[in-house]
Design a protein around this ligand. Structure first.
Ligand SMILES: [Zn+2]
Length: 149
């Protein structure tokens, strides 16, 4: 398989712009996580002399914080995966589902995009339908049409 034609839809300048964006995001999240960790360590150091009620509250706080951190950490993982794709493979900017190229505009809005709009919309529609399957509009219209005939 030849890699030479991959990413042909992105100019060098566009690719560089996206690369910088991903790097900036990695730096932003890493800094944020480091600050959170530092604050958290200071918080637990200060709470060592407290009674049980306070430490229960601390646990809730810790839990909320951890959930938030998990989301950030997942995003960071995705950014790093994107970064590796940018450097090591030429797969970046292509849909994981159908392999077609993802537009620069879409990548600019979301550099970690790994699906083209068509596939993304399809997967979101599937998700939506599993939640709201019973209220399908198109199905209702079809029923009306059948009723008229
Ligand atoms: Zn696709």
């Amino acid at each position: 398989m030849s890699n030479s034609k991959k990413n042909a839809h992105l100019t060098k300048k566009q690719f560089k712009l996206l690369e910088d964006k991903v790097l900036a995001e990695i730096e932003r999240i890493e800094t944020k996580l480091a600050i959170d960790k530092k604050n958290h360590l200071e918080l637990s150091a200060n709470s060592s002399g407290k009674d049980e009620v306070d430490s229960a509250n601390d646990d809730i706080l810790k839990h909320t914080e951890l959930r938030f951190q998990t989301r950030e950490t997942l995003y960071l993982k995705k950014l790093k995966k994107t970064r590796i794709q940018m450097i090591e493979t030429k797969e970046y900017g292509h849909c994981e589902d159908c392999g077609s190229s993802i537009s620069f505009q879409r990548l600019q809005a979301r550099p970690t995009s790994n699906m083209c709009i068509a596939c993304k919309e399809e997967s979101e529609r599937d998700e939506f339908q599993s939640f709201h399957g019973r209220q399908s509009k198109s199905l209702g219209q079809q029923v009306n049409l059948v009723g008229r005939i």
